[in-house]
Write a protein that binds this ligand. Structure first.
Ligand code: NAD
Length: 365
């Protein structure tokens, strides 16, 4: 049996409620793939602040870096909102991403047929949507220098800098090409090369790299057209790769295709490290009530199997468990629409149904 160490940071609010569901399932599925997970659970965010007076400690960061793979719940809550910015739970998250050097943020946009009525778009437009957005996470206009505010002839002005180097583009594009090989083999690179120098560098660098991936089809799309195409015909996309700013905006727009924040997983990867977390926050309004939707956390565990553990079968099994639960009509409150054949349930019932699916698959195998 292979042994793999992972660090789990349940965090605050609903973080622990959803992450324990994900961990139990992950352990059970990995065992079926001859892999034993050695889990180290550590405090992070508000819970860490309560214990150590800081939302993360050097020792916790070092343990995360050593383990390489981290599964995180969510951080934050109103009780920590008035702390100094460097003591707030969210500061720990930014520090962790930076320390792990995770430069590529992967956000899969899957529309589950059982949930297509939960989206604001028509079912016939959504059916078959399966997009992977790869967003560059540590460069571009969010980090470029110079960055300042000044004044010219009494008129204040501000400057941000959008800068991309060839190596920054190549490393994130490589993630996109590799991911496409595990999917439908198509990459759409999104830029604004008709106007921006940095986008021309982006496009040139990706075209160069594509020579190493002759089996992957590469196309290019301007970001304004892409915003329209995501809504018009989302099924045309397989893997989309784009810069930090464009990816931020496009992935939020695309998230609405799925219908609920409680369904969206994410993976931030780079080098040998991987940070996996649901897109949602700590949801203090529902924390402790047993009603949180754990499926985004569970889907994040599937991404951990796919991109870090390289256990594609395990990833698919977790994703099949999610589909099965939805097809049984089980819905947490965020998804419940009183559609015939559906039943309003809590976190525990979803967890039991997921585990039952996995155990049945084990018996079949
Ligand atoms: P949120 O994502 O926590 O909640 C937004 C709404 O969605 C709430 O009504 C909540 O009940 C609902 N929701 C979210 N996840 C759900 C789930 N799994 N199941 C059912 N319903 C769910 O965003 P917010 O309310 O703006 O922020 C709350 C706290 O979370 C803040 O402190 C914020 O800073 C923090 N936050 C953390 C992260 C993170 O840890 N990555 C991300 C976003 C927000």
């Amino acid at each position: 049996m292979n042994r793999v160490e992972i660090v789990v940071l349940p965090g605050d609010g609903i973080g622990p409620e959803v992450i324990y569901v994900a961990i139990d399932l992950l352990k059970a599925v990995c065992r079926q793939y001859d892999t034993e997970l050695i889990v180290t659970e550590l405090p992070f965010g508000g819970t860490c602040y309560e214990e150590y007076g800081s939302p993360v400690t050097e020792e916790i960061l070092n343990k995360c870096k050593k383990a390489k793979f981290v599964l995180l719940g969510a951080v934050g809550g109103p009780q920590w909102d008035d702390l100094n910015p460097d003591k707030r739970p969210e500061a720990a998250l930014l520090q962790l991403r930076k320390e792990l050097g995770v430069f590529a943020n992967l956000r899969p946009i899957n529309v589950f047929p059982a949930l297509s009525s939960a989206s604001s778009l028509k079912k016939e437009i959504l059916d078959g949507t399966d997009i992977l957005i790869v967003r560059e996470l540590t460069g571009g206009i969010y980090f470029g220098k110079p960055r300042f505010t000044s004044e010219e002839n009494g008129d204040p002005f501000s400057v941000d800098t959008m800068k991309y180097s060839r190596s920054e583009v190549r490393r994130v594009a490589k993630v996109a090409f590799e991911a496409a090989r595990l999917r439908d083999g198509r990459v759409c690179s999104v830029d604004k090369a008709n106007v921006l120098e940095s986008s021309r560098m982006w496009r040139k660098s990706i075209i160069e790299l594509s020579e190493e991936y002759p089996d992957v089809e590469l196309t290019h799309m301007l970001v304004d057209n892409c915003a329209m195409q995501i809504i018009r015909q989302p099924t045309q996309f397989d893997v989309m790769v784009t810069g930090n700013l464009f990816g931020d905006i496009l992935s939020d727009a695309a998230s609405m295709l799925t219908g609920s924040l409680g369904m969206l997983p994410s993976a931030s990867i780079g080098g040998e490290n991987g940070l996996y977390e649901p897109v949602h926050g700590s949801a203090p309004d529902i924390a402790g009530k047993g009603v949180a939707n754990p499926l985004a956390a569970v889907a994040s565990a599937a991404l951990l199997c796919r991109y870090s553990l390289k256990l594609e079968g395990a990833a698919q099994q977790i994703e099949s468990a999610i589909i099965s639960v939805l097809e049984q009509g089980l819905r947490t409150a965020d998804l419940f629409t009183e559609e015939p054949g559906t039943k309003l349930v809590g976190t525990d019932e979803i967890a039991s149904a997921l585990m039952e699916f996995v155990q049945q698959s084990e018996n079949v195998n």
